[in-house]
Design a protein around this ligand. Structure first.
Ligand code: GRF
Length: 203
């Protein structure tokens, strides 16, 4: 499958997907990276992989409609089978979601539907939960919604800060995302309404 990655910054999830493609755990290829920030670390990674990248910054467009159109045009030009949002800090336009139904997936550093949006790990600490985690889900038009593919739980300890919890969750994000992308690329996922079958969660 042709995998297109959308990312905004560091790109460690993107790196995990690329590594899994290279060593055969994912049956696919990373065909491109679309990034909304010049200078993001993920762009250096893409160059190292010899994968083309495109920067589309919101500030270069008069409004959201024009930005969303440019994004869709760029995405379509890669003819992807799957779009992976990997630390992409924007809500996808409806035009994109409708153009790729059930072909856009995202990783979120919380056990959805809890703690949507920014600073999910901080929200978890503030709520006093004892179990946090990450979720890979199909992307809908709302914020961090859409059918859940898989989740991994991570313990929260008494002395955790946003930083320590984020780091612990991130180590689980990488294998969780890889397993979900691998399942998608192997055509193992079946969607029915809000339910996705074909993949179990790991302990
Ligand atoms: C991850 O925690 C991801 O879940 C969240 O943003 C972070 C991105 O990290 N949406 P990276 O860019 O993949 O290193």
């Amino acid at each position: 499958k042709r995998i297109l990655i959308f990312a905004s910054g560091r790109g460690s999830n993107a790196e995990a997907i690329h590594e899994a493609v290279m060593d055969g755990r994912i049956n696919g290829e990373v065909v491109g990276v679309i990034c909304d920030h010049k200078g993001a670390q993920v762009l250096e990674r893409a160059a190292r992989w010899h994968v083309p990248s495109v920067v589309i910054e919101k500030k270069d467009y008069p409004d959201k409609v024009a930005f969303d159109e440019a994004l869709l045009r760029a995405a379509v030009s890669f003819t992807p089978d799957l779009i992976c949002l990997a630390g992409y800090m924007r809500i996808c336009g409806e035009n994109l979601v409708n153009a790729f139904p059930h072909r856009i997936i995202n990783i979120h550093p919380a056990l959805l539907p809890s703690f949507r949006g920014l600073h999910a790990q901080r929200q978890a600490i503030e709520a006093g939960v004892k179990v946090a985690g990450c979720t890979v889900h199909f992307v809908g038009t709302g914020l961090d919604d859409g059918p859940i593919i898989t989740q991994t739980a991570v313990p929260v300890y008494d002395n955790d800060t946003e930083e320590t919890l984020s780091a612990r969750i991130l180590t689980r994000e990488h294998p969780t995302y890889v397993r979900a992308v691998a399942a998608f690329c192997a055509d193992k996922l079946t969607i029915s309404g809000n339910h996705v079958s074909g993949m179990h969660s790991e302990e």
